[in-house]
Design a binder for this molecule. Structure first.
Ligand SMILES: C[S@@+](CC[C@H](N)C(=O)[O-])C[C@H]1O[C@@H](n2cnc3c(N)ncnc32)[C@H](O)[C@@H]1O
Length: 248
């Protein structure tokens, strides 16, 4: 039974393979190589492999926006549909979850497809199946124009603070992959995580340009795209925290 389910999952993922960015073939991890003091050190071979990979995936070399932890892909699918002149990439670590996002982007399911997209498969959106740790495993320096973190896991225990996706070292890591002047945009229902995130943004010196602890009673809401979790929490009356910061 379990085997049949795994086979079915593999088959459905295979059917969406044109939407999946393969993980770098050279093993990816360049972080912490012996003799390197730079946490984002990339060997020339790794850098060359990444250049080739991204050229093949997004040949038009336009603005590329990344969502880390896209869940079932509502947000990123809508963003890609609204902005066909840019490219979008979504990363998600759970196979069964990303499959829902892939089938949505491909137009295989009618589930919450954005009105703008109709049932046309999107050409400017791709997905990567992995739990991101170091950006230099996958990206080139200054490659991205913006990063979205929507409703990331809060890791409430203090001893797990380093696992939070807005921990300062992670913010610096995103900043390495984002071009100067690009942004990091964060939404969360979790108030303590929001307070932590503001402190961490300040600690790394990223300029906060938009900020509210109650997005849906602010002017920002009208122009921002809602995420699946956002809809869920908002419908229960929970305030949504939002912050946008620029990478220097
Ligand atoms: C609470 S869900 C939010 C989904 C979506 N962003 C939304 O707002 O509706 C968080 C998702 O992030 C994924 N995730 C957490 N850490 C991740 C990481 N380091 N890399 C990739 N995905 C991650 C989880 O698997 C989960 O599906």
């Amino acid at each position: 039974m379990r085997q049949r389910k795994a086979k079915d999952l593999d088959k459905r993922l295979q059917e969406c393979s044109d939407y999946i960015v393969p993980l770098p073939e050279d093993g990816g991890r360049s972080y912490g190589e012996i003799g390197s003091k730079d946490p984002n050190f990339q060997s020339p071979e790794h850098e060359a492999a990444l250049r080739q990979l991204w050229k093949a995936c997004f040949p038009r070399q336009r603005d590329l926006y990344l969502e880390i932890g896209c869940g079932k892909g509502d947000f990123i699918t809508r963003k890609a549909a609204k902005d066909p002149a840019s490219d979008f990439l979504a990363i998600e670590g759970q196979e069964t979850v990303i499959l829902r996002a892939l089938e949505k982007a491909k137009g295989l399911t009618s589930e919450e497809l954005p009105d703008e997209a109709g049932r046309e498969p999107l050409q400017n959106l791709k997905f990567m199946l992995t739990f991101v740790d170091h950006m230099s495993d996958y990206f080139l320096e200054n490659q991205l124009s913006g990063v979205y973190l929507n409703f990331s896991d809060p890791w409430p225990k203090a001893r797990h603070a380093k696992r939070r996706l807005t921990y300062r070292k992670r913010l610096l890591d995103y900043g390495w992959a984002v071009r100067p002047g690009g942004f990091i945009e964060i939404k969360t229902d979790n108030d303590p995580l929001y307070a932590f995130t503001l402190e961490e943004l300040e600690a790394v010196g990223y300029e906060i340009v938009e900020q509210t602890a109650d997005l849906h009673h602010s002017d920002y809401a009208a122009r921002l795209v809602m995420t699946e979790y956002e809809k869920k929490f908002h419908s229960r009356g929970k305030n949504i925290n939002y912050v946008k910061a620029l990478v220097p």
